[in-house]
Design a protein around this ligand. Structure first.
Ligand SMILES: [Zn+2]
Length: 507
């Protein structure tokens, strides 16, 4: 048995004006052929797929690495880069020869300049190459915007069941458990789905403690049934200007039965009913959030800056919070934040450790949301920011955010980095010797996922309300490509008022 495995994973924030280029994928490690297993065989979904295949009663004899393209959330993918990624998959499929199945690790909210559905486009391309009889299974992020193209070109799609995303590995395992049923038991997967005309802010997309928790509990129960190959609810990522943007509920079973249609309808009703609760997030303006953090009198306090969340594809260079931290007269135990700013990093390297840093920081990558702030301080450390992410979003994922510099200005230590990366993990700071566990205030550039890694040790958490390309101020964002009506941009009492939403069994 010959099974091919590949990955094309990125969340694209189409409101981030900076395109994702080939070099960005190179920084996160492009791999083709057996290199995928050697370098990333223990990482995230690929690790889960391999682990799941080893658990088969008869593990497949031959695994074929196609290509691995991963990049941290950022702007839409440059067209030429997307074309090159596809050509790499084409070439690897040609080299691979006849296959018994294909497993792909996708995101589902990945767009190119001229293609709003890169995940669907890749599935369609792979389907065209392998033909209709070779099963294709794929994984996706819980924030995917699932499309008919994805569903009709894959036999089985399995999404994360957790937010914060702590199950990337398990999602890979679930996908190949389903594949085993298809290949060994002859199950012909049948998928029933329904799009919902809604999107919601990410802060309360918490499947453990938030309003969606019972929905995901139900999905786990459903997948425990032998007839169910996958049960998914994708709470779409909202900073994604694409046709038919919206939540998706889907169920893949071994038989077409009306009870599954009813199950999808029930899940849809629950999703629709919690939409107001998900939008009612308590956020504080930048000056207020810093004041409140100082008033708590305990430490550390983590402030989530969702609008500049590198985890949601924002550039990570907003100065709105930094400005307020620098303006604070005293921050007991100090504050930690990070900024993506290659120009400021270069300046820190120019003046060297111990040198006086007197330069503009931030506000360069998304000048429409914040302007540079003058930072006067001392360069404390220069170090490459390379570490391994385990926690929200992945397991054993090598992270390389380029050169880094710690600049201290009063009570604030700013970690300047050349490139974006996980803003949700305390490991970012720890990797350069900073201690988010003993500081007064620490900034996480993440709307919600940071809770998995910070909650175990922080004394409190607050959410900032800043401008940015991952902000929840929907009316200030220019959506051109979405299909309307769409809640909350349009008032809708029931999902049926939006006649564009597809539903039913997929062929
Ligand atoms: Zn996600």
């Amino acid at each position: 048995m010959r099974i091919a495995i590949g990955q094309m994973w990125q969340e694209s924030n189409t409101f981030n004006r900076n395109l994702t280029r080939w070099s960005d994928f190179e920084n996160w490690g492009i791999a083709v052929g057996p290199d995928i297993f050697e370098k990333y065989g223990q990482t995230g979904e690929i690790g889960g797929v391999l682990s799941g295949l080893r658990q088969w009663p008869e593990p497949p004899r031959e695994l074929i690495g196609l290509a691995r393209f991963t990049c941290w959330p950022w702007g839409a993918v440059e067209s030429a880069t997307a074309k090159r990624i596809f050509e790499t998959f084409d070439e690897q499929l040609r080299i691979a020869g006849p296959l018994d199945a294909v497993c792909l690790v996708l995101h589902g909210a990945m767009a190119a300049e001229d293609e709003p559905d890169l995940s669907g486009a890749l599935l369609e391309r792979v389907r065209a190459k392998v033909g209709p009889d070779v099963p294709i299974v794929a994984t996706f992020d819980l924030h995917a915007n699932l499309t008919r193209r994805m569903l009709s070109n894959a036999d089985l799609l399995c999404g994360y069941h957790t937010a914060p995303h702590l199950d990337s590995w398990q999602t890979g395992e679930r996908a190949v458990r389903g594949l085993w049923k298809i290949l060994k038991r002859g199950v012909q997967p049948q998928t029933v789905w329904r799009k919902l005309p809604m999107f919601t802010a990410a802060e309360y997309h918490n499947t453990f403690t938030g309003p969606p928790a019972p929905i995901y509990e139900r999905l786990k129960q459903l997948e425990a049934e032998d007839d169910v190959l996958a049960a998914n609810v994708a709470m779409v990522m909202p900073w994604f200007d694409a046709p038919q943007l919206g939540w998706t509920v889907m169920l893949t079973t071994s038989r077409r039965e009306s009870r599954w249609e009813q199950t999808v309808d029930q899940l849809c009703s629950t999703c629709w009913s919690i939409r107001h609760e998900l939008e009612a997030v308590d956020r504080l303006p930048p000056a207020e959030v810093v004041k409140r953090a100082l008033a708590i009198g305990k430490h550390p306090i983590v402030i989530g800056d969702g609008a500049d969340a590198t985890n949601s594809g924002a550039p990570g260079d907003s100065t709105c919070l930094l400005r307020e931290l620098l303006a604070a007269i005293k921050i007991p135990h100090g504050a930690l934040t990070f900024m993506v700013d290659p120009v400021a990093v270069a300046e820190a390297y120019r003046v060297g450790v111990g040198g006086v840093f007197d330069a503009d920081v931030g506000g360069r990558l998304a000048p429409e949301y914040s302007s540079p702030v003058r930072v006067r301080g001392v360069v404390e450390k220069l170090q490459n920011v390379e570490w391994i992410l385990t926690g929200h979003i992945s397991k054993n994922l090598p992270v390389n955010m380029g050169r880094g510099a710690i600049v201290r200005s009063g009570d604030v230590q700013i970690l300047l980095v050349e490139r974006g990366g996980p803003g949700s993990s305390p490991r970012l700071y720890e990797s350069v010797g900073l201690d988010p566990r003993t500081c007064g205030i620490v900034v996480a550039k993440s709307p919600s996922g940071f809770r998995a890694d910070y909650d175990p040790f922080v004394a409190g958490s607050l959410l900032a309300d800043c401008p940015g390309c991952a902000s929840p101020h929907w009316n200030e964002m220019r959506f051109d490509k979405i299909t309307r009506p769409l809640w909350p941009l349009n008032s809708l009492a029931t999902p049926n008022e939006a006649n564009w939403c597809e539903s039913g069994w997929v062929n």
